[in-house]
Design a protein around this ligand. Structure first.
Ligand code: A2P
Length: 402
């Protein structure tokens, strides 16, 4: 095998020549000749400083080459050479990409076909960091967000990214590989966690992100099972360092169009992407004409992650339909039951070509939600089976269950 080097390139077909990347580059590696913006292989140190600020994603192209493309070659291009991909083309990255796409395929199976991203979503960045080359973040905080006496221990974990670029859109996930090895000495598997903070950070304009993680402890026939990754995450303390891979996911993304209606259906930690999407709307377009309608199921209010903060959001921003299955003295209710109760409103939204549906959480919920939508539609002269396919093909139906 020849020795290959990794080269960073800019896609001339997508680049709008704003030169933001050149301003961000501290190595003076990016230049513009009036035709193309290009990266000097001899100066680029892969700092990634230029990646996040690029408004189009044109900056995010990588290739493994024997001989790097010269500046002269790049100035001459109308398009990238055919072998240039959007991610590092090393074996490890490819293997991990396969592993992640299999995981996401299983999680997205409920959409009934290949999902597409919303037409107006921003361009996601994927696979910037791999298991061999992860990004290291520092724990800023780890807070319990279910009641102290609730059965489930769900945590809001904030990570500081320091000087590292990790552009994540609402709905994307990151990978966590718990340190150490299993009983047979094999490295632990990677787990995917949805980021629950919006693209501009958990705290606006801070380079940080947040996760919602439930500690998995289950009584099984052969004893108590403790989830390796979730317990590792839930036990993190301020100042601990954690390695992340990704970002992953290029379809479960929110529309950036303020006229888009977003119906969100979730249980438990399935709420993570919806917290991110809601926060994005709250920060950037609080008076958007598009509706946010959230169906959120938990055992009791004390078991519902973010119950307090959710209740503080203005009614003008979001309609909350919180349902509880184990509240003493009240009948058990699931999200699909509440969809039925709101059938006139849901049907009216489904008639609009601006409506997007997102379902995230327990796999078991999928069937009930599907049946509820079918029944809501048939009661209002709509054909859910046909509509579902249209919505999915138009990037307006997204299912992520596990
Ligand atoms: P249940 O009381 O039947 O467990 P969890 O707390 O286990 O993460 O679950 C979150 C919520 O999802 C609970 O209220 C749980 O109710 C509910 N749930 C469980 N199965 C389904 C299902 N098939 N469809 C919708 N909700 C479900």
């Amino acid at each position: 095998m020849p020795d290959l080097v990794r080269q960073h390139l800019i896609d001339p077909e997508i680049c709008i020549r704003c030169e933001t990347c050149a301003e961000m580059c501290t190595r003076d590696a990016i230049s513009y000749d009036g035709v193309n913006v290009v990266v000097d292989f001899n100066k680029c140190t892969y700092s990634m400083d230029c990646i996040a600020p690029c408004p189009t994603g044109a900056i995010d192209n990588w290739v493994m080459v024997e001989k790097p493309y010269s500046l002269e070659q790049q100035f001459d291009w109308d398009e990238l050479p055919a072998d240039v991909g959007a991610e590092p083309a090393d074996d490890e990255a490819e293997a991990m990409e396969d592993e992640v796409s299999k995981m996401l395929e299983v999680a997205h199976a409920g959409a009934g076909g290949a999902s597409r991203r919303p037409v107006t979503s921003s361009q996601p960045r994927v696979n910037l960091y791999t298991r061999a080359s992860p990004v290291v973040a520092e724990v800023q905080g780890n807070y319990r967000i279910t009641d102290a006496d609730a059965e489930s221990d769900v945590r809001h974990i904030i990570l500081d990214l320091g000087g590292n670029a990790l552009p994540v859109l609402e709905g994307q996930s990151l990978g966590v590989v718990p340190p150490g090895a299993d009983g047979q000495g094999r490295k632990h598997h990677m787990r995917l966690y949805s980021v629950c903070s919006p693209r501009d950070g958990e705290r606006p304009n801070h380079n940080n992100i947040a996760f919602t993680v439930k500690r998995v402890v289950e009584q099984r026939d052969d004893g108590v099972f403790r989830g390796i990754a979730s317990n590792y995450m839930c036990d993190l303390s301020r100042g601990d360092r954690i390695e992340l891979t990704g970002p992953y996911g290029n379809t479960f993304l929110m529309p950036d169009n303020p006229e888009a209606n977003i119906i969100m259906v979730c249980t438990g930690t399935g709420s993570a992407p919806f917290r991110a999407m809601t926060e994005r709307r709250r920060r950037t377009m609080p008076n958007a004409p598009g509706k946010l309608l959230l169906f959120f199921g938990a055992r009791t209010p004390g078991e519902l992650p973010y119950f307090g903060p959710l209740m503080k959001l203005p009614d003008s921003l979001i309609q909350r339909e919180l349902v509880f299955s184990r509240e003493p003295g009240r009948p058990k209710e699931y999200v699909q039951d509440r969809i039925h109760k709101c059938s006139d409103q849901v049907a009216a939204l489904l008639e609009s070509g601006q409506t997007h549906i997102y379902v995230c959480g327990l796999k078991g919920m999928e069937e009930g939600v599907e049946t509820a939508l079918e029944e809501v539609c048939s009661g209002h002269g709509l054909d859910w089976r046909a509509l579902r396919n249209v919505m999915r093909d138009e990037g307006r139906l997204h299912v992520e269950t596990y």
